[in-house]
Design a binder for this molecule. Structure first.
Ligand SMILES: Nc1ncnc2c1ncn2[C@@H]1O[C@H](COP(=O)(O)OP(=O)(O)O)[C@@H](O)[C@H]1O
Ligand SMILES: O=P(O)(O)OC[C@H]1O[C@](O)(COP(=O)(O)O)[C@@H](O)[C@@H]1O
Length: 308
């Protein structure tokens, strides 16, 4: 193996830069060159890349986002484009590492079917990839939500307000569940079927009766919007709701140590897999260890707690 490529794709996730570092550092020990494609599959299509070394990647390991840039590339979904890209990559490189979420995995699978040696690394704040205990960025997003809501609650407590806060997660409820627990929320709506006006009313009444100074409901974006939550509660009870969408504050921020360390491990393992001649694999955490699985098995995401 002489030269490999790496790209970050889909929603950025803190820890992506650490994964690139783990890959580049391991590659250097084996004398293998690494190029980083700019803006995910967009850079792959246009041949936009830069040479990566441990020295030029290291300054980014403590920073959120991805210094390579990322994109949601519609162009790459076209099979003729995939074919052209695969032909070029097969001439120029000995392998490719794709760092991204479940959408990016599908692109990685296509490339591997077209003969490009491809390994995928799970990176998304949603933690919505099947058969891995963790995705890169999730723990940092949990930290972001908890610290932000802690601040918001100081005002809520002063006014005895009821907050309905919508968190990200696309179709998955992990971010809502983890942060709701950490914040001792009065209710966590992580799936649509978790929502019941009477339960929310009861929770508010119990909370007030217990003398709590504020009420907090954490809502997964895939379950319902904070605006919908407010509408239901205000139409069907006497209570008023302050609704918030936390938005992209959840996705940025310097990665927590766990996301950096996991990134290093994923990057290193991705290199070792390519070096062993593997392809069509994605990395995962199982019982706390980094393992490799077939990307194809992830197609249906059937064993995750996805929302309908
Ligand atoms: N079925 C597919 N075939 C080929 N490429 C895909 C497919 N689905 C997604 N992709 C590529 O992966 C990119 C990222 O996917 P997206 O779902 O936006 O984010 P994530 O990877 O974070 O889930 C898409 O913009 C597209 O370029
Ligand atoms: O930033 P965008 O493009 O509006 O996308 C928002 C979506 O991206 C995420 O933040 C991350 O999703 P992915 O990692 O799957 O791309 C979701 O939680 C959210 O639904």
């Amino acid at each position: 193996m002489k030269k490999i490529g790496v790209l970050t794709s889909g929603g950025d996730a803190p820890g992506m830069n650490a994964a690139i570092y783990g890959l580049v550092e391991e590659a250097e020990t084996q004398g293998v060159e690494v190029v980083g494609f700019i803006d995910g599959y967009e850079g792959l299509i246009d041949g936009k890349a830069k040479a990566l070394t441990p020295a030029n990647v290291k300054p980014h390991i403590g920073i959120g986002g991805t210094f390579l840039g990322t994109a949601r590339s519609e162009r790459f979904k076209d099979s003729a484009v995939q074919q052209q890209v695969a032909e070029r990559i097969n001439e120029e490189l000995d392998g490719l590492v794709v760092i991204g979420g479940d959408g990016s995995y599908q692109g990685a699978l296509k490339l591997s079917e077209l003969g490009v040696h491809t390994i995928a690394i799970p990176a998304t704040i949603d933690n919505d990839i099947s058969r891995t205990e963790l995705t890169l960025g999730f723990k940092t997003a949990v930290r972001n939500v908890v610290e932000t809501v802690d601040i918001m609650m100081q005002s809520a407590a002063s006014h005895h307000h009821i907050y309905g806060i919508e968190v990200m997660g696309r179709r998955a409820g992990d971010l809502a569940e983890w942060t709701g627990k950490a914040l001792a929320a009065d209710g966590i709506i992580s799936k649509t079927e978790d929502f019941s006006v009477s339960q929310v009313r009861e929770a508010i009444e119990m909370s007030f009766a217990a003398g709590k100074s504020y009420q907090l409901f954490i809502i997964a974006e895939g379950a319902m919007s904070a605006a919908e939550f407010k509408r239901h509660i205000e139409n069907e009870t006497v209570y008023g709701i302050h609704d918030f969408v936390l938005g992209h504050i959840q996705r940025g921020g310097n990665p927590v140590a766990e996301d950096r360390m996991l990134g290093f491990d994923f990057g290193k393992e991705a290199f070792n897999r390519l070096s062993a001649g593997d392809t069509g694999l994605c990395l995962a955490v199982e019982a706390g260890e980094v393992v490799a699985q077939s990307i194809e098995d992830h197609r249906a995401f059937e064993d995750r707690r996805h929302l309908s």
